[in-house]
Every structure is written in C-alpha cells, then in structure tokens.
Design a protein around this ligand. Structure first.
Ligand code: MG
Length: 332
C-alpha cells in the first residue's frame, strides 16, 4: 500500500482558548493510504507537532502490509516500531478504516458492527470575556449541550452568566486549571447551575485528590488529559465517573474500541471528544458514537475552512451517512 501525507492549516472562526493556552489556527496532516483518507491533529501537550508526525509517517510508511484487511497485524507492526506518537498512528488507523470501508463498500460503523444512532454533541465555548462567552452561546443556537471551558479565576461568574442566557445542558472542562481545594469549593457553588459533568478539574496523576473531589460533589467527574489508551483506564475505577476518549490521543478507531470495552468493564461512563480537527477526524470519531454516553465532537464546527464534509448536523445531533468508509466528500 502507498502512504502519502500533506499538511493543511485549519483556521478557527474565533481564537480558541482554554486554561492551558490559545490557538488561532491549527496545522493538521492528512494521511492517504491508497484511496483511504485519515487525519492527524497533533498536540504539543502530548509531545507531537507537524515535524514529529511527518518523521513518524516516513518511518511507518514502510511497515504497511499489502492488505488493509490485515489491520490488526499492521497496527501491531506500527506499535512495535514506534512508541507513543498516537496522533500520527491515528492518521494511519483512520486511513486504513476508510480504505477497508471503500473496498468492502460499507460505512465504517457497519464494518464494526455498530448500529447507526443519532447522538447529541456538545458545542465548545472557549474562554473569553464573559460578555463574549454569552454571545457565543447565543450565536451557536440549536445545540442541546454546551461544553464551557473553565479553570480560570472568574469562572464561577462566567458560568452564572452563561446559565442566564441558556436552558441547554452545560458541561464544564477545567483542563487541569484548578487546585484540589479550589475544585471542591467551586464545584459546590456550581451545582446550583445544573451542570452535567466536569472534565479534568485538576492535573492528572493524583488519584486520591481526584477521589476526594468526586466525593465532595454531585457533579460527575471525568478524566481527559493523559487518558491515552486502554491501559490508562483501570486505575480510575471507583475514582472517576467517566473518561474522555480521543482518537488523536489513543491512536485511532481500533484502540478507541478497545477503550470503550475496558471502560465498560470498569464501570466508567464514556465520552468521545476531539481536538481541533476537520470533518475527517470528526467523522471517524462519530462512527463509534452509538457505543458511548457523551459526544464532544465539534472540532470541525469551530473552523472556517474545513476541506471535507460528511456528517450532517440536525438539532445538535450528528447523523452518520451510509457512504462507504468514513463517508467523506471533498468540499468544492
Ligand atoms: Mg477535555
């Protein structure tokens, strides 16, 4: 099989700010294996960037076998050749799934035995002035859930102000921005605003503190940062309420499926999230949506120059199509 890649710069409609930093555009890498397409959205937080991804793809392109249906053997080879670098590996995994789907004339979700279901996605409101965050909620009409970034000094006021302008569900993501004490104090106050869940209140690594936070609030606590692959899941059994799976953190559809099964065995709820991605990455995540509890697949909605289309959004729900592979079309 022949692997090619190309860089593309996604432009954000609004600068995207979280407690760890801000972005105005995002370089992603499209990976093509024969007629299959995948996407890599590398994150420097996890040690990847355009350069590392290209270097990894240059090495791994010689590890592909002849038949994409040997995907388990291919990914085993890929993993034994290079550790980590999960977003680069996700590009290969996604392109292989798209290719297999096209060869078999089946959408990826069908190939995986997953029955199509519409699932509500949240729409992310990045950090900004309180007034601008209220405006962003009003502008993004039609969503049933907003995921609001917190983890800064004035976030209680921020959520109070957002609750004033919407009756929709609100979930929160602190992106490690709170201390343990702050998290316990703030979550107690936030309970009155009908919050669906909180993602990564404190930096990862301190399980006892996370357990304490969870015991002190009614708001379900999810982990995201450094929740990479299936082997990271069991330690959170009984300590968190759920996990956030991202294809770019775990290495693709194959590993995400494994994570779903491990999380269920550990009694953890499951969210599928994303990075800033185009429709290629988002369509790949959506193939697994019917198996999970929460979707946060909105990366493509935050950019102004998505070169692909595939999924349809209806009343804040993603609708999978029946086209082969990831079901994508190039935007003319
Ligand atoms: Mg998160």
């Amino acid at each position: 099989m022949n692997l090619r890649y190309r860089t593309f710069e996604l432009k954000l409609k609004d600068p995207f700010t979280i407690s760890r930093g801000s972005l105005e555009s995002k370089k992603i890498i499209y990976v093509e294996i024969d007629e299959g397409i995948g996407e890599v959205s590398p994150s420097s937080y996890y040690g990847e960037n355009e350069g590392t991804v290209k270097a990894v793809l240059d090495i791994l392109k010689d590890e592909l076998l002849d038949d994409p249906l040997d995907i388990e053997a291919i990914l085993e080879k890929v993993n034994s050749k290079i550790g980590g670098n999960f977003s680069a590996k996700a590009g290969i995994d996604l392109a292989l799934h798209d290719l297999i789907g096209k060869k078999m004339n089946l959408p990826v979700h069908k190939l995986l035995g997953i029955k199509k279901k519409e699932i509500v996605t949240s729409y992310t409101i990045g950090l900004d002035t309180i007034k601008r965050m209220q405006e962003k909620v009003k502008e993004a009409k039609g969503f049933q859930v907003y995921k609001v970034k917190v983890g800064v000094a004035n976030d209680l006021k921020m959520i109070e102000a957002i609750r004033e302008v919407t009756d929709a569900k609100i979930r929160l993501d602190a992106n490690c921005g709170w201390s343990t004490k702050e998290a316990i104090k703030k979550l107690k106050v936030l309970e009155q605003f009908d919050i669906e869940l909180i993602e990564q209140p404190i930096p990862p690594g301190n399980l006892e503190d996370l357990r304490m936070i969870r015991e002190n609030t009614d708001i379900p606590v999810f982990v995201d940062e450094w929740m990479m692959t299936s082997k990271d899941i069991p330690q959170y059994k009984g300590i968190a309420d759920g996990i956030n799976i991202k294809l770019m953190k775990c290495g693709g559809i194959r590993e995400a499926l494994k994570m779903i099964h491990v999380a269920r065995a550990c009694n953890l709820k499951i969210m599928i999230g994303c990075m800033i991605e185009s429709s290629v990455g988002i369509a790949a995540g959506a193939q697994l949506a019917p198996l999970v509890d929460y979707l946060d697949l909105d990366g493509n909605l935050l950019v102004s120059n998505d070169p692909y289309s595939g999924l349809k959004l209806k009343e804040g729900k993603w609708i999978l199509n029946d086209f082969p592979g990831l079901g994508l079309k190039k935007v003319k």
